[in-house]
Every structure is written in structure tokens, then in C-alpha cells.
Design a protein around this ligand. Structure first.
Ligand code: FES
Length: 159
């Protein structure tokens, strides 16, 4: 197998408008995260190429990391795996371990990453609309308050 035929897994790490920013994902050392991901070797001691990308279009999943299969993994049916909300060190360790084991197509996804599976077509969850009943309740409450305030205005304050 030539070098191209036996290419290792690759990582795409989103560093767009939201991923990797303190504003969107506070409390994460984004530089350290990128450095950690850039230091992953596979079982054949091949450094896993990491490329950063501009926005991948699912910002609500920031930080997004895409694990692309190795050549062997792709031949075995592996496809790029999109991971969202990759913020904790534990998840980076799991990505490292997974790639070491072979990555997509060659090794099962570590359990800890299962809740982070996403895709380029992921839809942002819609905000729950307030139901009519609660709106009615609010209106009734406001009306009651208005009436009460109106009554209070007419009353004389005790001296
Ligand atoms: S900035 Fe990463 S998905 Fe938009």
C-alpha cells in the first residue's frame, strides 16, 4: 500500500464564528484543545492531520470536530463522523483512543462520544413556544393586578 492508500484518519476542527470562541463556548481552553487534537497519533505512529475550518454550519453544536476515516477505515465502510459540543478533556481523550483503535469503520465509537454524534444537517432545536394557556394566565394575572391597583388608588392611606 502506498502512503496515499494508507492515509491515517484526519480531523477537521471547526474554528469559525462560534466554535473555539470564549463568547459561545466559555470556560474552555480552545488553544489547548486544538493542541491536544493536533498531537494525536494512530496505532502506526502516524500523526493525524488536523485542519481547522471556518463555520461548518451547526454553530449550536459548538465545538464541532469531524473525524474522517483512514483509508482502511473508509474501505471498511467508515464515513466521516461529526461530533458536537466537544468541550471536555474526556471527549478529546476518547477521540484519541478511538483513532488509535482505528477510528471510523474499524473501531466502534466510544460510548462517551455517542451523545455527541451530530451531522452537517443537524437542525437547531426550536425554542418551545409558550402555550396559549400560560399566555392567558399571564393576561388574567395582569388584569387582576390592574384591578387591584385601581382599587388601591381610590383608598385612603391610613394615617
Ligand atoms: S462556528 Fe463551528 S459550526 Fe459554526
Amino acid at each position: 500500500m502506498s502512503a496515499v492508500e494508507s492515509a491515517p484518519c484526519k480531523l477537521t476542527v471547526c474554528r469559525g464564528c462560534c466554535c473555539g470562541t470564549e463568547k459561545k463556548v466559555p470556560g474552555v481552553d480552545h488553544r489547548a484543545q486544538l493542541a491536544r487534537l493536533s498531537a494525536i497519533d494512530d496505532h502506526a505512529a502516524r500523526r493525524v492531520p488536523v485542519r481547522t475550518s471556518t463555520c461548518l454550519g451547526i454553530c449550536f453544536q459548538a465545538n464541532v470536530v469531524v473525524v474522517q476515516p483512514s483509508t482502511a477505515g473508509r474501505a471498511a465502510g467508515g464515513r466521516p463522523v461529526w461530533l458536537g459540543k466537544v468541550t471536555e478533556d474526556e471527549l478529546l481523550e476518547a477521540v484519541d483512543d478511538w483513532i488509535f483503535e482505528g477510528g471510523p469503520g474499524l473501531s466502534p465509537l466510544p460510548e462517551v462520544l455517542e451523545d455527541h454524534l451530530t451531522s452537517k444537517d443537524a437542525k437547531k432545536p426550536k425554542k418551545r413556544k409558550k402555550d396559549k394557556k400560560s399566555k392567558k394566565d399571564k393576561k388574567a394575572k395582569a388584569e387582576k393586578k390592574r384591578k387591584k391597583d385601581g382599587k388601591d388608588k381610590g383608598k385612603k392611606k391610613p394615617e
